[in-house]
Design a protein around this ligand. Structure first.
Ligand SMILES: Nc1ncnc2c1ncn2[C@@H]1O[C@H](COP(=O)(O)OP(=O)(O)OP(=O)(O)O)[C@@H](O)[C@H]1O
Length: 620
């Protein structure tokens, strides 16, 4: 049984407290299919999210199978299925791959056979068997909704919350999906299925209907009694009638009639109400199904005379406990898969999507091969040697001056080229890194939210991203470093350390952009912010123009390109090129080990931001 006791929720909007849910009070027996209906904006989604634990009620309590969720912890991910308003799955995966992925991420299977059996059974019960090889991007609205359901029922949840899975469909598809919800509710005597719907004309398959109006419950009972309660001929006529009274008055009326209806239709927990006019219950009735009483339940007409309803007795308010987001323990069969299983599944799935995304594939190839070429055209002829300055003081002043000038010129040429080649490599790998990471989380945020509610571990998610992006970081930097080194006939300094700094610069930018991606609400915002970040690397690195000495220490810590560039140049200290570089820039050059350490800090900060952003719910 699901019980909501006096749930209220408000938000602060324009400095004022606005109530979204007001004193919501109802209960639903097990094995039951409930429809939540009401005009747009009345709070249906808010109510579903509150039950799911995605929004926290201000007052009241929610009891699930007698367990107070505020005190005893949220529903376990395997107990809860939440099908959001808009179906969300990876467009490039097939139905079978999506469901298989949900099974791997959410359930523990003993062997491949049991996983395959669960897959087949899930596809069969949602009517998707014939479509199993079809990619999500070409599914119709109804098929996508079936898939949304399939992804949630793999754990056999006892509480299945569906937000408008039947809306916007043709009558046949709507009927089929409602039938499916009905069958799911009947398939397990402990299960409750709740569906938000707009269609008041197709409620016969539901056991009860709850009507919400401006955040208040104004009716909860069987669909057949709906028209009677509102004194209308057809259920569809209810919405126009709602405007005739204030939501408060509708709710007051329902408060007066609720107990009678609950007793009549056995909707209250046993022992909490004195049944009036108790209906005859057939002993072998289906679970959750209710039978109408012979005697007529009161209707709203009975209230019509009373212009102002009697004030509702103030309820005794219990102290409200903050909803604890620890999870209720479940038996072994419902335990979630481990960290490693989830990480491997997410990584495999990500690579599958990457190989199928042709435009991404070509873009990656173009960058991988094209960017190093861009660097090489400047150093194809090799790095010019720095002329050595004769130690012997020449008696001829003019010859000595000419020699000094030639030496300086060779220093400027070599220093400028070496510094430029190093900087270009760093900036281009950071550009590739930002392109790889900026959309990585933001573009699949909805899927992440759904999967996190289903028990996906944030650590497994971030680890899979690190491994996926890590592959690009290694491939792009090693190829860039070796290709440029080879075609420019060797760039001064230790190749190994330069490669390490190139790798760390790319990893630092990937991590920071991943953090941005996890914190931003849309992929567009994440992309723009990441592009700005890369754009600032060049001017603020101090490699092109030295920053004023007072600004240098303030800006440098945040600029990955500075550390990659200056650390690489520092490895040339033993060569004449170091002095040559010092001729072209007055920017302080950091030792390579300090540079590597700072880049490592960037990586840690970026990943910490990504973790925090992943943990923070963004359902709204
Ligand atoms: N986070 C929020 N901050 C402020 N107002 C909110 C927030 N979430 C929802 N609302 C408001 O609460 C009201 C109820 O929203 P909700 O999405 O629950 O309605 P609904 O009944 O599901 O609507 P629809 O049928 O159109 O989907 C709306 O007026 C909405 O603008």
């Amino acid at each position: 049984m699901l019980e909501l006791h006096n749930i209220s929720l408000s938000v602060l909007r324009d400095g004022e407290n606005q109530s979204l849910l007001e004193n919501i009070h109802f209960s639903v027996p097990s094995g039951h299919l409930l429809a939540i209906v009401g005009p747009s904006g009345c709070g249906k989604t808010t109510l579903m999210k509150t039950i799911a634990g995605l929004k926290e009620e201000d007052t009241g309590e929610i009891l699930w199978q007698g367990r107070n969720l505020a005190e005893d912890g949220d529903l376990h991910p395997s107990e809860l299925g939440y099908v959001p308003q808009f179906s969300i799955a990876h467009e490039l995966l097939t139905i079978e791959e999506c469901v298989t992925s949900a099974i791997t991420l959410r359930t523990r299977q003993n062997d491949d056979e049991s996983a395959t059996a669960l897959l087949d059974q899930t596809l069969k019960s949602t009517g998707l068997t014939a479509l199993r090889d079809r990619q999500v991007k070409i599914l119709s609205g109804g098929q996508k909704r079936r898939l949304g359901l399939a992804l949630e029922i793999v754990t056999q949840p006892t509480l299945l919350l569906c937000d408008e899975v039947t809306s916007g469909l043709d009558p046949k598809s709507e009927r089929e999906i409602t039938q499916l919800l009905h069958d799911l509710a009947r398939a397990d005597r402990n299960r409750i299925v709740i569906n938000v719907t707009h269609n008041l004309g197709n409620l016969s398959l539901y056991d009860t209907v709850l009507v919400l109006h401006e955040g208040r419950v104004i009716y909860h009972g069987p669909p057949r009694a709906l028209a009677h309660y509102f004194s209308v001929e057809h259920a569809e006529d209810i919405y126009p009638k709602l405007a005739r009274r204030s939501a408060e008055r509708w709710a007051d009326s329902w408060d007066r009639h609720r107990d009678a209806y609950y007793a009549t239709y056995e909707l209250a927990p046993p022992g909490t109400l004195e049944p009036i006019d108790k209906p005859k219950i057939v002993s072998d009735r289906e679970p959750g199904k209710i039978s109408l009483p012979k005697a007529k339940a009161p209707s709203i007409e009975d209230d019509e005379d009373s212009q102002s309803p009697p004030p509702v007795e103030p309820q005794e308010t219990k102290p409200h406990h903050k909803r604890k987001h620890h999870r209720h323990e479940v038996d072994e069969a419902h335990e979630l898969p481990g960290f490693l299983t989830q990480t491997i599944e997410l990584l495999t799935r990500r690579w599958t999507i990457f190989w199928r995304d042709r435009s991404q594939l070509w873009l990656q190839l173009a960058m991988l091969l094209g960017f190093p070429l861009l660097v090489v055209i400047f150093g194809f002829e090799g790095i010019p040697q720095v002329r050595t300055l004769s130690q012997r003081a020449d008696a001829n002043f003019i010859v000595e001056a000419q020699e000094r000038s030639a030496h300086l010129q060779s220093q400027l040429n070599a220093g400028g080229l070496v510094s430029g080649l190093i900087l270009m490599q760093i900036v281009l790998v950071t550009l590739m890194a930002s392109n790889n990471a900026a959309r990585e989380i933001a573009s699949e945020r909805d899927i992440l939210e759904r999967e996190r509610l289903g028990g996906l571990s944030s650590s497994a998610y971030i680890t899979s991203k690190v491994l996926f992006l890590g592959g690009f970081v290694v491939a792009q930097t090693v190829w860039m470093g070796l290709f440029v080194e080879l075609l420019c006939h060797g760039i001064p300094g230790s190749l190994l350390i330069k490669l390490l700094l190139l790798l760390l610069s790319s990893a630092a930018m990937s991590a920071i952009c991943l953090g941005i991606s996890a914190l931003m609400r849309t992929p567009e915002k994440a992309t723009i912010l990441s592009i700005y970040l890369v754009g600032f690397q060049l001017p603020l690195s101090g490699a092109v123009l030295a920053l004023p000495k007072s600004i240098e220490p303030l800006a440098q810590p945040f600029i990955a390109a500075y550390w990659g560039w200056s650390g690489s140049l520092s490895t040339m200290k033993a060569t004449a090129f170091y002095d040559a570089v010092r001729q072209v820039t007055t920017t302080t050059l950091a030792p390579w080990n300090i540079a590597a350490f700072v880049l490592l800090l960037h990586i840690i900060i970026g990943l910490a931001l990504a973790y925090i952003g992943t943990k923070r719910t963004q359902w709204d």
